[in-house]
Design a protein around this ligand. Structure first.
Ligand code: 6GU
Length: 278
């Protein structure tokens, strides 16, 4: 874990940023630079300093730059928030502070600037795929009651929410977005096409998985999976995936366009009483 500790770096204008250590980009791979503007850069150190997100940085596939918004704060106390005009509770992130920070962090005007907010479009695998096409992203973590509306008008190109619930800040949401996006980059999960097998990759949930022991407390691994017959295994997996999606996420199933044979098979299994009729 020691290697995951942040290293202090200086921006040309002497503003401090924290960069999680990374090495140069692997040849022939698509890398992404993700800048994050946040009041709590330390929140990122655990999740981004371990496992696949850390490996992505070591392999040079993710260049993560964490910028402490406090550095752009105004006055002796580096104020970043103020009370809402018109009264009411809570604090609002200031437009002057945020817009200046965004403009200084952003490498050029083509870098998408994404505000994490419960008011944004809802994040999913498809949005992650879109973001994975970008070379650079700037994620802005909202906090408190929100951001001054003029930040949206002047400096935000997209707004993302990770679901219909309210978090205390955008940091956890930013990490969700980073993880789901970066794991889609070639080379992050390893040499094979692991991302293509993910639940949601083809609009379906994954079916059941097994590993040894083949008999555990009287529960057997399905025979077929031990047969070595890759054709039949592949068919089995696809059907299990359809079955599970139909049972758990009928909304996704409707959009997945199963083939006639597959629908027949599912209908037979429904007739066997294995599936609810709804
Ligand atoms: Cl992006 N931010 C906050 N504060 N809450 C959320 C969210 C984002 N997405 C869902 N809830």
């Amino acid at each position: 874990m020691a290697a995951a500790l942040p290293r202090e770096k200086q921006l040309p204008d002497n503003r401090e940023i924290v960069i999680l250590e990374s090495v140069s980009r692997a040849p022939g791979r698509t890398a992404v630079q993700i800048d994050v503007l946040t009041l709590f850069p330390q929140m990122f150190e655990g999740p981004m300093g371990l496992s696949m997100m850390w490996k992505a940085q070591e392999r040079g596939l993710l260049h993560l730059r964490l910028h402490d918004l406090r550095n752009w704060g105004e006055g002796r106390r580096r104020q970043v928030v103020d009370t809402p005009c018109g009264g009411g509770g809570g604090m609002i992130l200031r437009a002057d502070v945020l817009v200046r920070a965004i403009e200084e962090v952003r490498s050029d005007s083509t870098q998408p600037v994404i505000l994490l907010t419960p008011q944004g479009r809802v994040f999913n695998q498809q949005v992650a795929g879109e973001l994975a096409q970008e070379e650079r992203l700037l994620l802005v973590c909202g906090h408190y009651e929100g951001v001054d509306e003029r930040v949206r008008q002047l400096a935000i190109s997209d707004e993302i929410s990770i679901g219909d619930y309210v978090l205390t800040g955008g940091e956890l949401a930013a990490m969700v977005v980073i993880d789901a996006t970066v794991r889609q980059l070639p080379g992050v999960l390893g040499a094979d096409d692991a991302a293509a097998r993910d639940s949601h990759a083809d609009g379906l949930l994954e079916g059941p998985h097994y590993t040894r022991p083949t008999d555990f407390r009287g529960l057997q691994v399905p025979e077929l999976l031990l047969s070595g017959d890759h054709g039949r295994i592949s068919t089995w997996r696809r059907r299990q995936s359809l079955l599970r999606t139909m049972q758990r996420r009928p909304d996704l199933f409707a959009a997945a366009h199963p083939g006639d044979e597959e629908l027949d098979w599912l209908a037979r299994h429904r007739a066997d009483g294995q599936l609810p009729d709804t």
